[in-house]
Design a protein around this ligand. Structure first.
Ligand code: SF4
Length: 416
């Protein structure tokens, strides 16, 4: 099988995304030049809206890793981190970003001019262990950056109680106090409400876009998941809302006129775990069997509705729930989410990406697999791979498993 290196983009707006990505990274480097404080932080927390509301520039080192994968820069970043002693068994985001800040970043030969150095670091005391270790390593690399040590209870979504929310609210207020002290920027409550309203509107649009995936044929597939970029880096901005409005309009137009990703859609598939950022074209592999990857777990956790009239509480809830929803912290919620998606999108088969690079998201897959079969009679297959490191992905093994699975699904469908 030829390695699928490029995804077949079928949305015009997905092409426009390149412009949005370029502008975002230029905005990050321009901020540094103009003296606007730059803060590096993990994604999936309520800090992004606070940063935009306080006129500070948020930067997401984890999100930089898919960019490096798309530009083929991960091998050199891995080489640097592995030479520093980081094991190949560790998360690919960790090895990539540590390699980048200690290698490529120094010679400025990176895409979009590279990442601007941080003035502030939001070091998480929650989420997965690799993300905490990423920030510890970044702190060592940038000793002059002011560090905020965030503390968050790690609670399954179904167990969140009022005292957890109260604690997260205190942490949000502590963060605002810290940012005011180190940058001199003050938080305007009205501006925060507007930012949270924009963030909520982006989530509303995101949910609406996802509803069009119920259509048969489906108007866009997982190969377009790059549009998620705005949900990671630009939540709380008009740019995200404008871009998602265009995506919604295009997807709605395609759905209404019955234009599918492929002409003869036979099998609707679901992908669990992070995509292979260096090989997004893999999603198109199933097309020769009439299969389309209609939905995936990863995109679901980026949309959390918020109340602009109670912004701090909304952001505290976001910080408590985002990570548990996609990881093994809340397996029962994740299971519920996958089963619901399989019902909503009329899924025929599920592909579990057993991700060598991400244990927190991979844990729990066997339980979800069993429940899918038991409750819904939906078969699934496990694909061994890695979302960042193509040395942990065998194309031949993938092809053998994928082909057998697709043939089984086609037979099942014919005989049903
Ligand atoms: S959640 Fe997974 S991919 Fe993300 S930093 Fe943690 S281990 Fe790495």
């Amino acid at each position: 099988m030829e390695k699928q290196t490029k995804s077949n983009k079928r949305l015009k707006t997905a092409k426009e995304l390149q412009k949005v990505v370029t502008e975002y990274y230029h905005q990050c480097t321009a901020a540094k030049v103009e003296g606007k404080p730059v803060g590096w932080m993990p994604p999936m927390n309520g800090a992004i809206e606070i940063f935009y509301a306080m006129d500070l520039q948020p930067v997401f080192p984890e999100n930089w890793s898919p960019v490096c994968a798309a530009f083929g820069l991960t091998p050199q970043n891995f080489e640097v981190s592995e030479q520093m002693g980081y094991s190949r068994d560790l998360c690919g985001y960790l090895r990539n970003i540590i390699g980048y800040v200690n290698g490529l970043m120094n010679d400025k030969e990176s895409p979009f001019g590279g990442l601007p150095e941080p003035d502030i670091l939001l070091s998480p005391g929650g989420g997965c262990v690799p993300v905490m270790k990423i920030f510890q390593a970044i702190e060592k690399r940038f000793p002059d950056a002011k560090v905020f040590f965030a503390d968050l209870p790690q609670v399954p979504v179904e167990d969140i109680r009022e005292h957890h929310v109260a604690y997260a609210i205190c942490e949000m207020r502590r963060l605002i106090g810290f940012l005011t002290e180190v940058t001199g920027h003050r938080l305007d409550e009205e501006k925060l409400k507007n930012t949270v309203a924009l963030s909520d509107r982006a989530c509303e649009l995101w949910d609406e876009i996802m509803t069009f995936r119920r259509y048969k044929p489906v108007p866009f597939s997982a190969a377009e998941m790059g549009i998620m970029f705005v949900m990671v880096t630009l939540q709380g901005t008009q740019t995200a809302v404008d871009f998602l409005t265009k995506v919604r309009d295009e997807v709605r137009g395609k759905a209404d006129s019955g234009m599918g990703v492929i002409e003869n859609e036979k099998l609707r598939l679901f992908w669990d775990n992070i995509p292979l950022w260096y090989n997004m074209g893999l999603f198109n592999y199933f097309e020769k069997f009439g299969g389309v990857v209609v939905a995936e777990t990863y995109s679901a956790a980026w949309s959390l509705r918020m109340d602009p009239n109670d912004p701090i509480r909304s952001l505290a809830m976001k910080s408590l729930t985002s990570y548990p929803l996609v990881s093994c912290v809340s397996i029962s919620k994740r299971k519920e989410m996958v089963l619901k998606a399989c019902r909503d999108y009329a899924i025929d088969g599920v592909i579990f990406h057993r991700n060598k690079s991400c244990v927190p998201i991979t844990l729990g897959q066997m339980e979800i697999k069993r429940e899918l079969e038991y409750q819904l009679g939906i078969p699934s297959v496990i694909i061994d791979a890695d979302h960042m490191d193509d040395r942990n992905f065998s194309v031949a093994q993938f092809q053998t498993r994928a082909d057998a699975f697709m043939e089984m699904l086609l037979n099942k469908k014919m005989n049903s």
